[in-house]
Design a protein. Structure first.
Length: 288
């Protein structure tokens, strides 16, 4: 075969390979994009359903408690059975908090006016919070603002972008070992593997930071920490020698996340001498 003809045939083969690769990439992008968008929509619908299942017993219990707020003390000791069952339903609600469970248990043990008022205030606060979240989700689904609509359009493309980064770095790692004949047990090989692991950690951290749907305070702090771990990977532009230090910084940032967990407030912790800290057989429990 003449040389010019061989070049032409090789060009054609390369073009066909590029078209096939591009076609597979487009198909993968569409599949991942549609699947991710549907998962977001499904997660929002499921969250709305859990909010509805939580608000239903909360509102009925709050209404019954407010109706019994002016009851006489002797009548409060013999409350109707439906309120007791309604409070148990509140404890079984999908989005019930630990504070709510403890308040209901305390009210069931000591049905006095202070427990009644405390439980009523807590129910009112939880109802307002969940109604606000429900309205926010409905508004983002039915009538989103320009920024929210644009973010909802771009966000499902993030998983494909991160997958493309992983494929690119994997091919780059293979090319470094294959083309430059780097021994696997050499220090340069170890640095290459450290850089690769650091980039994977950055991808996972970025996915967690961007794709986490909730906006609770602890998760907001976790997302900020994850973005810091991702940003640390940008220092790889300084060269391969920086890989061990960057990976060490990412590990330290990850370990810092264990100190960001929510802590019980002083109000939620039992005080010294509280009945919750006494043994069941302690005589001082009955002398209070």
């Amino acid at each position: 075969m003449p040389f010019a003809a061989w070049i032409h045939a090789d060009d054609l083969t390369g073009t066909q390979s590029g078209i096939i690769f591009t076609g597979f990439a487009v198909i993968a992008f569409i599949w991942i994009y549609v699947r991710t968008a549907r998962s977001f929509r499904k997660a929002a619908s499921e969250r709305l359903e859990r909010l509805r299942q939580t608000l239903d017993p909360y509102c009925r219990a709050a209404g019954m408690l407010s109706g019994d707020a002016d009851a006489a003390p002797d009548e409060a000791e013999h409350e109707p059975e439906p309120l007791h069952l309604l409070l148990q339903q509140c404890k079984a609600a999908p989005l019930v908090t630990t504070e709510m469970i403890e308040a209901i248990d305390a009210y069931a043990r000591e049905r006095d006016a202070s427990r009644h008022a405390q439980l009523e205030r807590l129910l009112d606060r939880e109802i307002k919070k969940k109604i606000a979240e429900q309205a926010s989700i409905i508004r983002s689904l039915d009538n989103p603002g320009w920024g929210t609509a644009f973010w909802k359009l771009v966000r499902p493309a993030v998983p494909f972008f991160l997958l493309a980064c992983i494929v690119y770095w994997s091919l780059g790692l293979y090319g470094q070992f294959h083309d430059h004949r780097i021994p696997a047990l050499s220090w340069t090989g170890v640095e290459l593997w450290m850089r690769y692991v650091s980039c994977l950690v950055a991808v996972v951290s970025f996915h967690f930071a961007v794709m986490t749907p909730r906006k609770d305070s602890p998760k907001y702090a976790y997302r900020m920490l994850a973005l810091c771990i991702t940003a640390a990977a940008a220092a790889h532009l300084a060269g391969l020698q920086a890989a061990p230090y960057i990976l060490a910084v990412q590990i330290l940032l990850f370990l810092c996340g264990f100190g960001l967990g929510p802590k019980r407030s002083r109000r939620d912790r039992p005080y010294a001498g509280s009945a919750d800290l006494l043994e069941p057989g302690d005589p001082t429990r009955h002398n209070k």
